[in-house]
Design a protein around this ligand. Sequence first.
Ligand SMILES: *[C@@H]1O[C@H](CO)[C@@H](O)[C@H](O)[C@H]1NC(C)=O
Ligand SMILES: *[C@@H]1O[C@H](CO)[C@@H](O)[C@H](O)[C@H]1NC(C)=O
Ligand SMILES: *[C@@H]1O[C@H](CO)[C@@H](O)[C@H](O)[C@H]1NC(C)=O
Length: 206
Amino acid sequence: MKPLSSPLPITALFFCLHIIPTLSSADYDASTTETNTTDFIRTSCSVTLYPDVCYTSLSGYANATEQDPARLARIAIGVSLSKARHMAAYISNLSRAADYGADPRASAALHDCFSNMGDTVEEIRGSLNQMRQLVAPGSESFRFQMENVQTWMSAALTDEDTCTDGFEDVADGPMKTEVCERMEKVKELTSNALALVNSYAEKGTN
Ligand SMILES: *[C@@H]1O[C@H](CO)[C@@H](O)[C@H](O)[C@H]1NC(C)=O
Ligand SMILES: *[C@@H]1O[C@H](CO)[C@@H](O)[C@H](O)[C@H]1NC(C)=O
Ligand SMILES: *[C@@H]1O[C@H](CO)[C@@H](O)[C@H](O)[C@H]1NC(C)=O
């Protein structure tokens, strides 16, 4: 996959990140540390399109973030990967069931969606691997790595959209509604992870 030629746009809210105090010593009591870490996640999530979803999905990893935006982005990618994998398994189940059903359009849409979700999972997995190998911010290699992650996470989001679009001609019903609702949640997590990546990339290449 080719890297993006230009970084994706970020919102002005990103600049809030500059005012986050960093944890300089370990001698805060646990509850104080936890409060600050919670604030860190909340503030970081303000750059995303779905800040509440962002906060809820990441607050359980508060300690693991170590108030580090790179770790936070990596964890968000991991959360979106796990959700995408689960969605792929769910679609696979539905598509097997649809093979014995009476609606060829539904069956075709599910098969295409399963293929899209396979690509999505690969793209998010590649992003996570890249985040695990990140070099220090500021270098040309860092920029290259971040562009890869931005490209792959954007592609993952596009593939998720493609899945939902494929259901346009499928008759309305509980299966279609369920797939679209579940996919919306997957898309929100992918979008949030991408926003955190963009925010960190912007910070590290300035
Ligand atoms: C953590 O929060 C406490 C209470 O709000 C504050 O006094 C302290 O300076 C914070 N520490 C850091 C490192 O942000
Ligand atoms: C986070 O770390 C604090 C201090 O080390 C600890 O007391 C707390 O139980 C940890 N919270 C979680 C959810 O692991
Ligand atoms: C897929 O089907 C298997 C077997 O019926 C079931 O155990 C599993 O929970 C299903 N997975 C999802 C994501 O629905």
